[in-house]
Design a protein around this ligand. Structure first.
Ligand code: URA
Ligand code: SF4
Length: 204
């Protein structure tokens, strides 16, 4: 099972996101409210790839609109990158969660779910044709750069890839929010902003 049989023959962002609403390429659609497809324009210079929609994104149907999205928006602003020029998406398009009291707790997608959802991400990359792909966190990095990629060692490095002119992996904004204390949080936030500044500096 994978998303591939749900991909439309016409591959514009509009037709892709419409088709993704009906995807049943893995089990995750069953417990989620809706598909959260990427947002932004074809031709965006940068594509940011997160892990999967969170609770707020699941309810609103848009990527990075919750607390992690707020932190990401601030980091982009600090780096001098206009969010309007960035296409934002996730490695997996449905929210995976387990109940914890009244809350829905985020659960990491499996390698199988990542692989099942990859056709959507590949189609987005082809439709957007960005100069730089930024993986937010280890899940996106491992989906796009392979399972041996280690974000703690290779964070912020510009690596060459056939996905785009440059690919970089940096901290996931949720990892910054989950940092154990304020000094760690401030350091990670600073590194995220520095990495995004470097991304901006390589844009043509
Ligand atoms: N975390 C993600 O990885 N993606 C979102 O869209 C929101 C939170
Ligand atoms: Fe389809 Fe991806 Fe949702 Fe699975 S997570 S049902 S592959 S859109």
């Amino acid at each position: 099972m994978s998303a591939s049989e749900y991909l439309p023959s016409s591959r514009s962002l509009r037709t892709l996101s419409r088709a993704a609403r009906d995807c049943q390429g893995c089990e995750l659609y069953k417990r989620a409210t809706q598909t959260v497809f990427g947002a932004g324009r074809a031709g965006s210079q940068i594509i940011l790839v997160g892990e999967q929609p969170g609770d707020r994104e699941d309810l609103e149907g848009l990527p990075f609109v919750g607390p992690a999205g707020r932190l990401l928006g601030e980091a982009l602003e600090n780096a001098g990158i206009d969010r309007e020029l960035v296409y934002v998406t996730n490695a997996v398009k449905h929210f995976k969660w387990e109940p914890r009291g009244k809350r829905r707790l985020h659960k990491k997608p499996s390698a199988r779910e990542l692989a099942a959802c990859r056709p959507w991400l590949e189609a987005e990359l082809e439709a957007v044709r960005p100069q730089v792909v930024v993986c937010l966190g280890a899940t996106a990095a491992q989906s796009l750069l392979g399972r041996n990629f280690r974000i703690t060692q290779q964070r912020g490095e510009l690596v060459s890839s056939d996905l785009a002119d440059c690919v970089m992996a940096t901290w996931h904004p949720s990892a910054v929010l989950r940092a154990p204390d304020k000094p760690a949080r401030d350091r990670m936030r600073g590194e995220l902003v520095d990495d995004l500044r470097r991304v901006r500096s390589v844009l043509a």
